[in-house]
Design a protein around this ligand. Structure first.
Ligand SMILES: [Zn+2]
Ligand SMILES: [Zn+2]
Length: 85
């Protein structure tokens, strides 16, 4: 997935940072790079929006229902597959 533009940080790198970024656990320098990339790369911005919605839902689910860690991982993997397909 690429918008065809050149980026200082490649899209794959952004994708691997995305969840850490959503958790606000990415170090500030990298978080800045992600923010900059999302501004200039519409495909990544779209994916970021989708992942943020999913993460919010997972948070809401895990707050109301106590799910075993393995189940959460399975759900997460399934959701990821739905997005990438
Ligand atoms: Zn990108
Ligand atoms: Zn791009």
């Amino acid at each position: 997935m690429s918008c065809g533009n050149h980026h200082d940080v490649p899209c794959v790198q952004i994708h691997s940072w995305m969840w850490i970024y959503l958790d606000n656990e990415l170090e500030q320098d990298s978080a800045h790079l992600v923010g900059h990339h999302l501004e200039e790369c519409p495909p990544c911005a779209d994916q970021f929006t989708a992942e943020r919605i999913i993460q919010t839902r997972i948070r809401q689910c895990s707050e109301t229902v106590q799910t075993p860690e393995g189940l959460r991982t399975r759900i997460f993997t399934q959701i990821q597959q739905t997005i990438t397909e």
